[in-house]
Ligand binder design. Structure first.
Ligand code: HEC
Length: 424
């Protein structure tokens, strides 16, 4: 994505930090809404495909009920799936501007799949209005597409963590590396739990709350949604540990463990609330569950952001340096410090030399004239003194940089030339 790099500007640490916070919000929004669209559609599709054969109207009702919650209006998908990815592409191209990475490639593909997926999912949802004509294949394509979108999203995030080694693993093969797969499964589990929490909340709170005698519907919804998301929640710690083991040791900072433990606490609260809901569906408990899962997800986002930023300290330091240089240029302070030949001479040469007197070394007025018109030879002598006159001890190397030696040589030549012409 070369054109993106052209848009990028070096950033100061403050800007980078700000981008980091934006990143958390975007990761959060994208995961929440992609998850719900993906798993909501999968569940609804599954109900339609397999269970509606039993002709139990509750399955149809649940299948449609789920989609009504998932896509509660027309713009959610665009606002919460598409825009976050675009923002993340921009953020990452700012953060990795000088590097040749595949991060934004994966994001762009994720964006494409997300877009296609959402189109199909909307189509599927609209087709449910008339259950005889429902277009279940749109549901299938939609969820497959969203599945790939999430996978590519994980690849992009993971790539930004292993930025140093990622050069070797680009392209499709990267999607099948152990790290990406583990992190992808973890994300799928997390997204199932999010979906479960939101659906339970939605079905029993917002949309047509089941009547008291609607026990069968409640049972089906309970069995279906709670079972699946509770199982997923149970598997999450296992994959968090696997994910942790894949991380290089130096990423596992105190902050990482703090968020990890906080996250696990929220998750355990979530288990408990799942259990309460299992025993009895209760609106308030469902709301608490959503809050617990949101908090859990936030810690997951923070954790990822911390790791990404930990892995890129060097990169960001460079960005900051570049920014400082550009800022200095804007302020007109960018000129390299003037080399002051006289000052260097006073410090490095004057202790042993004078123009007209013999000190440790010979007077310049005597030895410099042989270098008239031979500036380069003088420079190379100053940089690497050699034995010249047996009457003197050897001159130690003054250790000047090339441009400093040149400046001093010019200074000596002009001064001595002046002295010589003054004497005439
Ligand atoms: C520690 C003392 C010392 C310092 C410092 C020193 N010089 Fe010398 N310099 C000498 C001595 C001794 C000689 C004579 C060496 C010889 O003839 O072999 C000499 C010789 C020279 C010569 C004459 C070379 C020739 O072809 O005859 C030049 C030119 C010269 N120094 C330049 C410098 C410059 C420029 C600096 C500072 C960057 C410097 N020196 C720093 C001790 C010093």
């Amino acid at each position: 994505m070369d054109w993106l790099n052209k848009l990028a500007l070096p950033q100061s640490f403050e800007h980078i930090e700000l981008l980091g916070y934006m990143l958390i919000i975007m990761i959060f929004l994208f995961i929440v809404f992609s998850s719900i669209s993906l798993w909501g559609t999968v569940l609804s599709f599954y109900l339609k495909k397999n269970l509606s054969k039993s002709l139990d109207p509750n399955y149809n009702r649940l299948s449609k009920g789920i989609m009504d919650i998932v896509l509660f209006n027309k713009t959610t998908g665009i606002a919460f799936c598409i825009l976050p990815i675009i923002t993340m592409i921009i953020i990452f191209s700012q953060l990795y501007q000088s590097q040749n990475t595949s991060i934004s490639d994966y994001f762009v593909y994720s964006l494409v799949f997300s877009f296609i997926g959402l189109l199909f999912v909307y189509r599927y949802k609209n087709s449910l209005d008339d259950f005889r004509k429902s277009d279940i294949y749109s549901g299938l394509f939609g969820s497959i597409s969203l599945f790939f979108s999430l996978w590519l999203f994980v690849a992009a995030l993971t790539n930004s963590i292993f930025i140093e080694s990622s050069q070797t693993a680009a392209g499709i093969g990267y999607l099948f590396t152990t790290v990406v797969l583990i992190r992808f499964v973890l994300l799928l589990l997390i997204s199932l739990v999010i979906t479960g929490a939101f659906l339970v909340f939605g079905i029993f709170n917002i949309k047509t709350p089941p009547k008291e005698d609607d026990e069968e519907y409640t049972e089906i919804a309970k069995k279906f949604i709670l079972n699946i998301s509770f199982t997923a929640a149970g598997l999450i710690p296992l994959f968090i540990i696997m994910d942790m083991m894949m991380m290089p040791d130096n990423f596992l900072t105190a902050g990482y463990f703090l968020y990890l433990i906080l996250g696990l606490i929220f998750l355990f609260i979530g288990y408990h609330l799942f259990y309460l809901l299992y025993k009895k569906i209760n609106k308030t408990v469902a709301a608490y569950l959503v809050v617990a899962i949101i908090l859990f997800l936030l810690t997951y986002g923070l954790n990822n952001q911390m790791i990404i930023f930990g892995a890129n300290k060097l990169n960001f330091t460079e960005l900051n340096n570049e920014y400082q240089i550009q800022l200095a240029a804007l302020k007109g302070e960018d000129k390299a410090p003037e080399i002051n030949a006289e000052e260097i001479y006073q410090v490095k040469c004057a202790p042993c030399h004078s123009f007209d007197k013999k000190l440790v070394g010979p007077p310049h007025d005597e030895v410099i004239p042989k270098y008239f018109n031979k500036e380069n030879q003088l420079i190379s002598f100053i940089r690497n003194p050699v034995r010249v006159n047996e009457a003197y001890p050897p001159m130690p190397n003054p250790g000047l940089k090339p441009d400093e030696a040149k400046a001093v040589a010019e200074y000596l030549l002009t001064k001595v030339q002046e002295d010589v012409s003054n004497k005439k």
